[in-house]
Design a protein around this ligand. Sequence first.
Ligand code: UFG
Length: 329
Amino acid sequence: MTVLILGGAGYVGSHATDEFLARGYDVAVVDNLSTGHRAAVDEKARFYEGDIRDKTFLSDVFTKEKNIEGVMHFCAYSLVGESMEKPLMYFENNVGGAITLLEVMNDFNVKHIVFSSTAATFGIPKETPITEQTPQNPINPYGESKLIMEKMMKWQASATDMTYVALRYFNVAGAKHDGSIGEAHKNETHLIPIILQVALGQREKIMIYGDDYQTEDGTCVRDYIGMADLIDAHIKALDYLKTGGQSDAFNLGTKTGYSNLQVLETARKVTGHAIPSEIGPRRAGDPDALVADSSKAQAILKWTPSEKLADIIQNAWSWHQKHPHGYED
Ligand code: UFG
């Protein structure tokens, strides 16, 4: 049986491809390479270059891959700031792609999907840590598009015998332990890779966006989840569906929040570099604190995260040192 990984050349998708292969699964990857990297995809996976919004192309993949037992969906746009500027681009790609995918899954009688959702579906939560009962009120088109996708899956699951798991990621960071694959975005916007680019001397300093938030040191607090833990949750989610688990959504985090200054301090320790920093103005759309209560994933998926912030940064640092220019090297 085959696992079909959509967006398998991207940051999270490439790590999923690598780990599913390592655990003995047969893997096929689809990616349009708009943000992903061909070099990030293990050669043992069959690779189809194309866009899931193209129904003819996607149906062709499902025709060729006769034994798909589950689909992993990693092929959405995911930048909050970009989504504020180009909302329709987000709805067209994220929601449009999911509609075509669900239609094709139905056409080919493929029963299970594990889907990357996000903490951004919660907006500015009134409670912390955030549970699955916390109301979802996204404050940007990215989060809204993912919430719509969650709801579409829920309705499709109630109308058919398809089942899904939505995994709501908090802040994903890190890389494969040996640094062979990792995070490589054209225009990096995320805190940890930017800090490491400063450590490498590729940037002069890190600008910390705001120190007047309602948190202990005034900088935003986030819950960082390491790549190995994140992929382990996906494999457990697919197993859960395969063994008859009901459609459901799970928050994925560690219940531990780190402020931006604590992240910076940890990166200084891990890398041994000074990493100059400056406090700048707030960035639009940043909630004060996002911390996950993942007890539901622990209870139902038997998922327990083990990577600590220093481990996560250490793995990301291995990747950045080995590949200072990402997959261009
Ligand atoms: N930050 C800085 N300086 C930078 C970059 C980021 O201070 O140069 C700050 C941000 O303002 C924020 C924190 O670092 O306070 C984390 O920012 P990231 O951009 O790394 O991550 P976000 O929390 O904005 O978003 C990430 C994912 C989203 C997801 C969200 C859920 O990119 O897709 O986590 O928590 F929705």
